[in-house]
Design a protein around this ligand. Sequence first.
Ligand code: KG4
Ligand code: ZN
Length: 339
Amino acid sequence: MSQLILGIESSCDETGVALVRAGEGGAVPVLLAHALHSQIDMHQAYGGVVPELASRDHIRRVLPLTREVLRESGEHLEDVDVVAYTRGPGLAGALLVGAGVACALGAALDKPVLGVHHLEGHLLSPFLSSDPPEFPFVALLVSGGHTQLMRVEGVGRYEILGETIDDAAGEAFDKSAKLMGLGYPGGPALSRLAEQGSATAFKLPRPLLHSGDLDFSFAGLKTAVLTQAKKLGDELPARKADLAASTEAAIVEVLVKKTLAALQKTGLKRVVVAGGVGANRHLRAQLNAACAQAKVRVHYPELHLCTDNGAMIAMAAAMRLQAGQQQPNRDYAFDVKPR
Ligand code: KG4
Ligand code: ZN
């Protein structure tokens, strides 16, 4: 029987656990069960993630979630072949919880462990969908901490084509949302509000849109949103939806145009979007329209697997093992890589 992989994600404010059965030969691994606990409600009062609270909550959640996926899948802990965990990047204390639990389970079961790169988890998360992509493809990775365009030839064969030189796309959403008093995490809230506003109400910059390369910059946009918000003053509450829609349009336009440029540069006809911002409806609509015109296939993770989760970590581990890219080990003296 092919390998059973338990995956644990704890890099930030979601605790995720999942069980994946590696595929035979070239078959895509199968997700058996996954469970998630989001800490958003807990951090909301502070306007952002409080690292120590995050770590403490991961400790509380990780074993109950592990029991939940075992129960749901009907599998037994003793039958797990490899325990995978997020090695980084992320919050050091939060990562240590997942790594510590994974290594303790591995040691107790006498099973090897495997540290997974969080972004590789996001990158490979579309393979969890019912319509998985085929290699090679261009990947647009848009999370709270990263914005990258990549050429992906296969598992572990990634070439960065361009990336942000300052803020990530998710950060641009979150920071702009904060300026508008939309709370944390602001991306989804800003996007919801944007639906009631006009995307052309305010003229906001599209940084590096015509730079000729595939890099991004979002810091200037955030400053422009702040300037606009200050200019509006008392009028801001009444114009908030318009400002939200204009901000979202600026971010999305840059993401879509640069993705098309990456497709043109590589000559590839397939694109994969991954990371939290991949849940953005406006981005999906714009990218779908642009790709339909360019005769390019677009793949997304399922909506609920766009943001952090354990399934993507178990999946990335399974795909790496299957591709012979990495061997699990019994080095239970784990370390984590916050950056
Ligand atoms: O991938 P992720 O869960 O965590 C990181 O690895 O960073 O991404 C979280 C980011 C946050 O910045 C959040 O605001 C953003 O994804 N996000 C969205 C949406 N859903 C999540 N941004 C815009 N629209 C959304 N619907
Ligand atoms: Zn993430």
